[in-house]
Design a protein around this ligand. Structure first.
Ligand code: TPU
Ligand code: MG
Length: 571
């Protein structure tokens, strides 16, 4: 390619490929069409598209699909048009911020000449201010840039991508419609963008020393794992395992960190979230006198309306810093800290010894008669054996959270949840995006009827890409999670024929399977059908009674409602 033909769009395409992105999620619009040509036109060494373009039904779903892809792939790109597209895509971008995922949101924007000429343009607020989208993006990304001349593009694009990768947060890049095809310099080595900020050795030594003092004299240490552990990379998960084994203490996980410590490991003691903990994780965390928190996130949800905030002073190790009661240390990468500490800690299995006395007996599982009306528990019982080493289980906001959290993950199985942002409907586009990055995994999505109605269109992309995702749609005819927090008529929804809807997505060329089941026997048959089904998704609509929900959801709902209802504190 001659020097002069390399463009801003080519530069962005090259950088996206270099950071390991293979698919970009898009909705076209006239402000981004040339950019889309450039991104889709980038070829690999074999003459195939280096960035596969994935069209979505709308920008909300597009951003959520990219969010799911970032979970699987480490980074993702979502490309939309100005305002009408970007403002919808801000939702998945907010999710990526809350969930610590480097999603690069790229928006086309008006021709650079229009602002100076005070033109009124389509897809804008009808004023001559075209800066509002950038200003909005600044609030929900770690770095937001607008390219307003081609010569600035390399510096701005590199800055946005590097900041996103380093901080595990979304970034925003705005490219005017008349600059995507403008000539641009070629990029230098990608290491300028992806080189991690190394741990400072002096800080590392001091941090490990402080951790040793934190543990000194403590009799009952325990480890609590939070969702940011995974964002620090697989080496951090490996380092945590080694530290846990060196310490010999109990390891509990927060709900959003399920799957980040192997559940079959003898030191695993369940999901800690107060009254709704699994395997009595709360008994041991509440008994500990030192808690090593790794990547933890304490929210109103994960602390069950602030009733389950650990009461002992905590040591909290984050992706790039560690905080102790009274001191904080920056520029320490989590994996370096955990590895260093593992070499130094004394073994103390006091919490394990106590846990052996506390561990609840396995629950007796009732097997329903084939003709019994389907229940939540029966769905759980039948989905459990589907989970295998190659499964990733997506659980949606609603009772699906609680049902999924209670499932046992066999070795290798993964778990995805969006607990911080908590956007109903996330699991449909997110599992679609995830599946494109990891086609070899068996993806199972548990989703409620209310959530499904928000993003149902994206099932049609699963059909288009022939992805064998299995969806269990739990139809309890309404927003049950909301009912348990605060009920009203607004929690009733219009019922749909969900199985028929999926057939409509098939049209003449799709191969999705779908059915509605109302008994245990029908569910068992549907699961057998889903296991064999290839070349498209399967949706199993599971009809249960409106009041059939988990004890955990009801308990949690009561506490969250109480936290929501706290009267204003007089200042
Ligand atoms: O199992 P179930 O019935 O609780 O789940 P379903 O049917 O999916 O209902 C979810 C109800 C729900 C709402 C309406 N959960 N949270 N919300 C509030 C909410 C509203 N809008 C968005 C985008 N996200 C939300 N979480
Ligand atoms: Mg529902």
């Amino acid at each position: 390619m001659a020097h002069s033909t390399f463009t801003v769009g080519d530069y962005l395409a090259e950088r996206l490929v270099q950071i390991g992105i293979r698919h970009h999620f898009v909705v076209p619009g006239d402000y981004n069409l040339i950019l889309l040509d450039k991104l889709g036109g980038k070829l690999d060494l074999f003459g195939k598209p280096a960035l596969i373009e994935v069209g979505c039904a709308n920008e909300l779903n597009c951003s959520m699909a990219a969010e799911g892809y970032a979970r699987a792939n480490g980074a993702a790109a979502c490309v939309v048009t100005y305002s009408v597209g970007a403002l919808s895509a801000f939702n998945g971008t907010g999710s990526a911020y809350a969930e610590n995922l480097p999603l690069i949101l790229i928006s086309g924007s008006p021709n650079t000449n229009d602002a100076g000429q005070f033109h009124l343009l389509h897809h804008t607020l009808g004023t001559s201010d075209f800066t509002y989208q950038l200003e909005m993006a600044k609030k929900i990304t770690c770095c937001a840039v607008a390219v307003d001349r081609a010569s600035d593009a390399p510096r701005l694009i590199d800055r946005a991508i590097r900041t996103a990768l380093l901080s595990k947060k979304p970034a925003y890049i705005e490219i005017p419609t008349n600059l995507a095809g403008a000539p641009c310099m070629r990029p230098g080595p990608i290491s300028a963008v992806i080189d991690p900020a190394p741990t400072n050795p002096a800080v590392l030594a001091a941090t490990i020393g402080e951790a040793a003092s934190y543990l000194h004299g403590k009799l009952k240490p325990a480890i609590l794992v939070g969702p940011k552990l995974r964002r620090a990379g697989p080496e951090a998960e490996e380092a945590l395992l080694k530290l846990a084994e060196a310490m010999g203490c109990t390891v509990a996980v927060q709900p959003a960190a399920k799957g980040m410590f192997p559940e079959e490991h003898p030191q695993y003691t369940g999901v800690f979230w107060g009254q709704v903990s699994t395997l009595a994780a709360d008994s041991i965390i509440n008994w500990a006198d030192a808690i090593l928190c790794v990547g933890t996130v304490f929210t109103d949800y994960s602390t069950v309306g602030w009733t389950a905030m650990p009461s002992v002073p905590l040591m909290v190790a984050e992706i790039d810093h560690v905080t102790f009661p009274g001191s904080t240390f920056g520029r320490v990468r989590l994996c370096d800290f955990l590895t260093g500490l593992a070499k130094l800690v004394d073994r103390n299995d006091a919490t394990m010894v106590e846990y052996h006395r506390l561990r609840p007996d396995p629950v007796l599982i009732h097997v329903a008669e084939e003709s019994d009306a389907l229940s939540r528990k029966e769905i759980q019982r039948q989905v459990q054996p589907l989970l295998a080493a190659d499964t990733t289980l997506f659980v949606e906001t609603g009772d699906s959270w609680f049902n999924g959290i209670q499932m046992k993950l066999p070795k290798g199985a993964d778990f995805e949840i969006e607990m911080m942002w908590g956007h109903i409907g996330w699991s449909i586009p997110a599992s679609f995006g995830y599946a494109l990055s990891k086609p070899d995994r068996r993806i199972i999505t548990m989703v409620g009827d209310g959530s499904f109605q928000v993003t149902a269109q994206e099932v049609s992309q699963m059909v288009r890409w022939r992805l064998p995702i299995i969806m269990f749609l739990i139809n309890n005819k309404g927003y049950t999670i909301e009912v348990e927090i605060h009920d009203g008529l607004y929690n009733r929804i219009k019922n749909w024929d969900y199985a028929a809807l999926v057939q409509a997505f098939n049209s003449t060329d799709g191969n999705a399977a779908s059915c509605r089941v109302e008994t245990g026997g029908e569910l068992a048959k549907a699961i057998e059908m889903a296991k064999e089904h290839k070349g498209g998704p399967t949706l199993i609509e599971c009809v249960i009674h409106q009041d059939d929900c988990s004890r955990e959801l009801i308990t949690w709902g009561h506490y969250v409602a109480a936290a929501n209802a706290r009267p204003p504190v007089q200042k």
